[in-house]
Design a protein around this ligand. Structure first.
Ligand code: SF4
Length: 195
C-alpha cells in the first residue's frame, strides 16, 4: 500500500471510530493533516471548538500562532504534518482522560509510522507525556523537558523528539511565548542537520 492509501485507511477508521466516548460530543473528527513526506510532525493534545467545527487541526487562534511559528522556521504549513493525541473534541475542551488517550493513540502511532518524521515536536504536557512514555521516559512536568532534544527510536524509527508548550497555553500566558519561539528555533536547527 502507498503512504496515501495507508493514511486514507487511518482517516476512514477515525471517521467511524467509537472506541471511546468522545465521538458522541463532537461534530467532526479531526484526524490530522499535512504532508505525508514531512520531516517535521507536530503533535498537539485534542481538537478545540473551531477544530471540531472545521474537522481540521489547529485552525483557531492557537492555530494562527502555530502557523506563524512554522513560517518562522522557514516552513509552510503544507510542508509539515499536524495531528493530536485524540481525534475527537473532549466536551467543553476538558483534558483528555487516560482511557481516551489509550483508546485513540493507536491511530497516532500509525500516522507516525506512515510519515516517518525526522523530528517530532510535542505541543503541551499530554502529547509530551505520551510520546516520551513510548521510549520509557517519565515526564513529571513539561517545564523540566521542554526545549530538550531526545534522540530516540520510536516505534522502531529514529526520531528526535522536542517537547514544547502548547500554543493555546501561550495565548493565555505570554510568559511562555519566548520559550515557545526558542524551542521552534531548536526544531529548525535539528531539521537543518544533515542526516
Ligand atoms: S477520540 Fe479517538 S478513540 Fe475516541 S472515538 Fe474519537 S477516534 Fe475513536
Amino acid at each position: 500500500m502507498s503512504n496515501q492509501e495507508l493514511m486514507d485507511e487511518i482517516v476512514s477508521e477515525v471517521r467511524v471510530c467509537r472506541k471511546c466516548r468522545l465521538w458522541q460530543y463532537a461534530r467532526n473528527p479531526v484526524p490530522g493533516e499535512g504532508n505525508l513526506e514531512a520531516s517535521l510532525m507536530l503533535i498537539g493534545e485534542a481538537p478545540g471548538y473551531r477544530e471540531d467545527l472545521a474537522g481540521r487541526p489547529f485552525v483557531g487562534n492557537a492555530g494562527k500562532l502555530l502557523d506563524r511559528l512554522i513560517s518562522g522556521i522557514n516552513l509552510r504549513r503544507e510542508e509539515v504534518y499536524i495531528s493530536n493525541i485524540v481525534k475527537h473534541r473532549p466536551p467543553k475542551n476538558r483534558e483528555p482522560k487516560t482511557d481516551e488517550v489509550e483508546a485513540c493513540t493507536a491511530y497516532l502511532d500509525r500516522q507516525i509510522q506512515v510519515i516517518r518524521p525526522r523530528v517530532i515536536a510535542t505541543l503541551g504536557k499530554h502529547s509530551t507525556k505520551y510520546i516520551l512514555s513510548k521510549v520509557n521516559i517519565e515526564v513529571r512536568g513539561l517545564t523540566a523537558v521542554r526545549g530538550l532534544a531526545y534522540k530516540e527510536k520510536l516505534l522502531g524509527l529514529p526520531v528526535t523528539v522536542i517537547p514544547t508548550f502548547h500554543p493555546a497555553a501561550v495565548l493565555y500566558n505570554l510568559a511562555y511565548r519566548s520559550g515557545l519561539e526558542e524551542d521552534f528555533q531548536k526544531i529548525r536547527k535539528e531539521l537543518e542537520k544533515k542526516t
